[in-house]
Design a protein around this ligand. Structure first.
Ligand code: VG1
Ligand code: CO
Length: 543
């Protein structure tokens, strides 16, 4: 017998959320938790049998162990070939690139994204389909349903595989190709951007830093920025992937990338700085003394798309997740191209990208990307900005300020209340839902509510409907407050309150964001009674 069967324990709480299955490491290590998920994927995604699987992760604690488990299960289940990133590494966008390039049936990506790692941190796994994108809801629902009923799984008795040496090895009858995790991705980037122009920019005294946050993008950034584009050694900081990310949150925002932000301050500040998250799909963009919000970043890149060689002929359309600011809508309107509003989560962009309706898309949560892969892509966003900066020979601040003058500024902020009791968070949302029909036409903090709804999305390509995606309250002056609960947290519930106002007048575009949004912050409190319902006086994180 080439393999053994074991009994499994179905875990009823493992429904994959916004972005795959995410739990504490200790949960993944208990019993057959990981194996149950993997067998459920193989049982429901039958194209894997006799097909090709892509496998890699962000290098966090348990990554290497999980890869060995998955390889043995893939072999016993009849997967024909697996591409594994050397050392078990593949960033999320690179995995998407490799799935597409080698026409794999799908991929398993090991990451809990920006959540902390280490033995006491989080682990995660997600399945991407043949288009390179996150599994759509009908696939994740099928995997979940299967996980509740499976009684056994298949695993080879073979020993561990050396995943650190490039080349081909066999595991029973399955072929394993250990690939350079960077090569295919770097080649794709060179086919999109003007590397010569960026090389000239970096050779001309322009100073940049990239913070890999001890996560997966380190090797990618060193190869692309320092080796291919000639940036000086030291341009990439925290470039060594570590199992616990050096004890930090690999989350590229103003709080967790404070060291990088400090490098952009004052007369000695660098011209450009950027950071990426655990699995390399998020990005933060900074200029000297300047933070570009992710919503503005998407709008600016869309407005400047034709400066990027791959998009010189223009883009067909753009998309943003519902809570993302409407800055990009104004650009789409001016360019007379399509603009789609989708639920939170990259999977909702997949059909629009596959169908050629959009080329750029983004989320307020530091996610930006394009049609080159089916995941958001941190380094793509950084290269897109470098390409625009090289073509325009202006500072980051000048480019964004000019953008606001032309299109108006969408002041934007997200307030997160973390680790809230699930019961209280649900009761806040339920109470709001109950009030929705009575809100339109009433005044809140002196401004009339134009509409109030629970966002529902009908996919224009396959007609699938995703309901209850977050509560939108829109005001007559174009401002908005959005309420939704996170689908990626691992402790209690996280309430996210998204605030946005529009300012067309250039003389009022230089306010501090929280002051500019003060009226909306008060409106959010008065409509949802946040403080009393969830027992919190102020948000835990403001971005
Ligand atoms: C968060 C973000 C969402 C993003 C998701 C996955 O989800 O808000 O925009 O798509 O994380 O990001 P939630 O449900 O917690 O709000 V990540 O970088 O997996 O990769
Ligand atoms: Co991520």
């Amino acid at each position: 017998m080439p393999f053994t069967t074991y009994s499994t324990h179905p875990y009823k709480d493992q429904r994959p959320g916004t972005s795959g299955l995410r739990k504490r490491v200790e949960v993944f290590r208990q019993g057959n938790y990981l194996k149950n998920f993997v067998q459920s994927v193989i049982d429901t995604q039958r194209e894997l049998v006799g097909g090709t699987l892509v496998l890699g992760g962000d290098g966090r604690f348990f990554n290497r162990e999980a890869i060995q488990v998955i390889l043995k299960m893939a072999a016993a289940n009849g997967v024909a070939r697996v591409f594994v990133g050397q050392g078990g590494l593949l960033s999320t966008p690179a995995a998407s690139c490799v799935i597409r390039k080698y026409a794999a049936a799908g991929g398993l990506i090991l990451s809990a994204s920006h959540n902390p790692g280490g033995p006491d941190g989080d682990f995660g796994i997600k399945y991407n389909t043949a288009n390179g994108g996150p599994a759509p809801e009908k696939v994740t629902e099928a995997i979940f349903a299967r996980s509740l009923e499976i009684a056994n799984f298949l695993s080879s008795n073979a020993g561990d595989v050396d995943i650190d040496t490039l080349g081909t090895v066999m595991l029973d009858k399955m072929k394993i190709e250990i690939i350079d995790p960077v090569a295919d991705y770097a080649e794709l980037m060179q086919s999109i951007f003007d590397f010569d122009a960026i090389r000239a920019l970096l050779a001309g005294g322009f100073r940049m830093r990239f913070d890999a946050m001890h996560a997966v993008t380190g090797p990618y950034a060193v190869r692309i920025f320092e080796e291919l584009l000639g940036a000086p050694a030291g341009t990439v900081i925290n470039g060594q992937p570590l199992e616990d990310f050096g004890g930090h949150h690999p989350d590229p925002n103003l709080v967790h990338a404070a060291e990088l932000v400090a490098m952009t301050r004052g007369a000695d500040g660098v011209d450009f700085a950027a950071a990426s998250d655990g699995d390399g799909d998020r990005n933060m963009i900074l200029g000297r003394d300047f933070f570009v919000t992710p919503s503005d970043s998407l709008a600016v890149l869309a407005a400047n798309a034709t400066l990027i060689p791959a998009h010189a002929g223009g883009i067909p359309g753009v998309a943003r997740s519902m809570p993302t600011s409407q800055a990009v809508d104004r650009v789409a309107n001016a360019l007379n191209i399509a603009c789609f509003e989708t639920p939170t989560g990259w999977k909702f962009f997949g059909n629009l990208l596959d169908d050629g309706r959009i080329a750029f898309c983004g989320e307020e949560s530091f996610g930006t990307g394009s049609s080159h892969v089916r995941e958001k892509d941190g380094l793509w966003a950084v290269l897109a900005w470098l390409n625009v900066l090289a073509a325009r020979s202006q500072s980051v601040a000048d480019i964004v300020n000019q953008h606001w003058q032309q299109y108006g500024r969408n002041y934007y902020s997200r307030h997160d209340y973390e680790g809230v009791s699930t019961k209280k968070a649900n009761s806040l949302m339920d109470a709001l839902r109950a009030r929705l029909p009575s809100l339109p036409g009433t005044l809140l903090e002196g401004v009339e509510i134009a509409y109030a709804d629970d966002f529902s999305y009908t996919d224009p390509i396959d007609g699938s409907v995703s309901a209850k995606q977050g509560i939108r309250i829109g005001f007559a002056d174009g401002s908005r407050v959005v309420f939704r609960l996170s689908g990626t947290g691992t402790v209690g519930a996280t309430l996210r309150v998204y605030l946005e106002s529009y300012e067309p007048d250039p003389t009022r575009q230089q306010m501090e964001t929280q002051s500019a949004l003060a009226r909306l912050i008060a409106a959010a409190e008065s409509v949802a009674n946040i403080a009393s319902t969830i027992d919190r006086q102020s948000p835990d994180v403001i971005t």
